[in-house]
Ligand binder design. Structure first.
Ligand code: ATR
Length: 273
C-alpha cells in the first residue's frame, strides 16, 4: 500500500512541509504522499484517531498541538518528554503511536551543516519559550558545554538552566553587556515569527566580528536581528536550516533514510526570496 504522511496544525495553509516532503519522496523514488490537514484544538483527539484509522504512517505536529497531542500517543521519546512537546509521530510496526521532537536536533544539525562543529564555543541562547527549550537540550546532548540563556523574563531562563544543570541565566540587559564573551549567539524568541517587522529589543553593539549568529525565524530569511549581526561582521545562520533539518530527522524516523538537505535549502530559498 502507498504510504502517506501529514502535518496537522492550526493554521496550516502556510506550511512548507508538504512541498518539502513530497519533493524528497519524488527525488528518492519513494511511493508516498504528504498532505496538510487543518485540525482545530477541540478536534485534536478525534484527528489522532482518524489518522490512525485511515492508516497514516506518521505525521508532523505544529502549532498549537505540540504539547496537547502527548496524552493521545502510546509512547514518547525521552528527548520529547524533556521538551514537553512532540513535533513528529511515527506509527510503529505494531501499530503504536510514538512521539518524537526533532526541532532541537534540527537546529543543531543546521548550525553544524552551515558552520561546522564549534562545540567548544560559548553559546548565548536568547529566549526561554518552547523553541528555546528544545534547542537548549539538544545543544547539551550534542556536547556544547557552555550554554547561557537570556530572556525578558529571567525566571523562565533560570528554570531551563536548572534542568540543564549548568550555565547561567541572564536578563536581556546583562546579556547585551556581556555579548563579547560569546562565540555563538542564537535568537530563539518568537519575535518576528508573525511579522518580520518586529525587532527584538536587544543591542548588538558588543558583538564581536566572526561570532556565529543564528535565528530560528526563516520568513523573512534575513530577520532584522541577522541583518544587524551581518553588518557587524558576524557569520550568520538563517532559520531555514532548522526547518529543513527537523523535517529531515522526521523523515529518517519514518523511512530509515536521510534526504538531501542542502539541495532542499536551495529550493526553499528560491521560494522565500
Ligand atoms: P515558542 O514556543 O515559539 O518559543 P513561547 O513559548 O511563547 O514561544 O516563547 C516566546 C519567547 O519569546 C519567550 O522567550 C518570550 O519572552 P518571555 O519569556 O519574557 O515572555 C520571548 N518574547 C516574546 N515577545 C517578546 C518581546 N516583545 N520582547 C522580548 N522577548 C519576547
Amino acid at each position: 500500500m502507498k504510504k502517506w504522511f501529514a502535518v496537522i496544525g492550526d493554521p496550516i495553509a502556510h506550511s512548507k512541509s508538504p512541498f518539502m516532503h513530497n519533493a524528497w519522496f519524488q527525488e528518492m523514488g519513494i511511493d508516498a504522499a504528504y498532505i496538510p490537514i487543518h485540525v482545530k484544538s477541540e478536534h485534536l483527539k478525534e484527528a489522532v484517531s482518524a489518522l490512525k484509522l485511515l492508516g497514516a504512517s506518521g505525521w508532523n505536529v505544529t502549532v498549537p498541538h505540540k504539547e496537547a497531542i502527548i496524552p493521545f500517543l502510546d509512547e514518547i521519546d525521552p528527548m520529547a518528554v524533556k521538551m514537553g512537546a512532540v513535533n513528529t509521530v511515527v506509527r510503529t510496526k505494531d501499530g503504536k503511536l510514538k512521539g518524537y521532537n526533532t526541532d532541537g536536533a534540527g537546529f543543531v544539525h543546521s548550525l553544524e551543516e552551515a558552520v561546522g562543529k564549534n562545540r567548544e564555543k560559548k553559546v548565548l541562547l536568547i529566549g526561554a519559550g518552547g523553541a528555546s527549550r528544545g534547542i537548549a537540550f539538544a545543544l547539551k546532548e550534542y556536547g556544547y558545554q557552555q550554554v547561557d540563556i537570556a530572556n525578558r523574563t529571567v525566571s523562565k531562563a533560570q528554570a531551563i538552566i536548572e534542568e540543564l544543570g549548568e550555565g547561567t541565566s541572564l536578563s536581556l540587559d546583562e546579556a547585551e553587556k556581556r555579548l563579547d564573551q560569546y562565540g555563538i549567539v542564537i535568537q530563539a524568541t518568537s519575535l518576528g515569527l508573525s511579522t518580520g517587522e518586529k525587532k527584538l529589543p536587544f543591542s548588538l553593539d558588543r558583538l564581536q566580528k566572526e561570532t556565529i549568529v543564528a535565528d530560528i525565524v526563516y520568513n523573512p530569511l534575513m530577520t532584522p536581528f541577522l541583518t544587524e549581526a551581518e553588518k557587524r561582521g558576524a557569520i550568520i545562520v538563517t532559520g531555514l536550516g532548522m526547518f529543513v533539518h527537523q523535517g529531515a530527522i522526521a523523515f529518517h524516523h519514518w523511512l530509515g533514510q536521510y534526504p538531501d538537505t542542502e539541495n532542499m535549502m536551495q529550493k526553499l530559498m528560491e521560494q522565500l526570496k
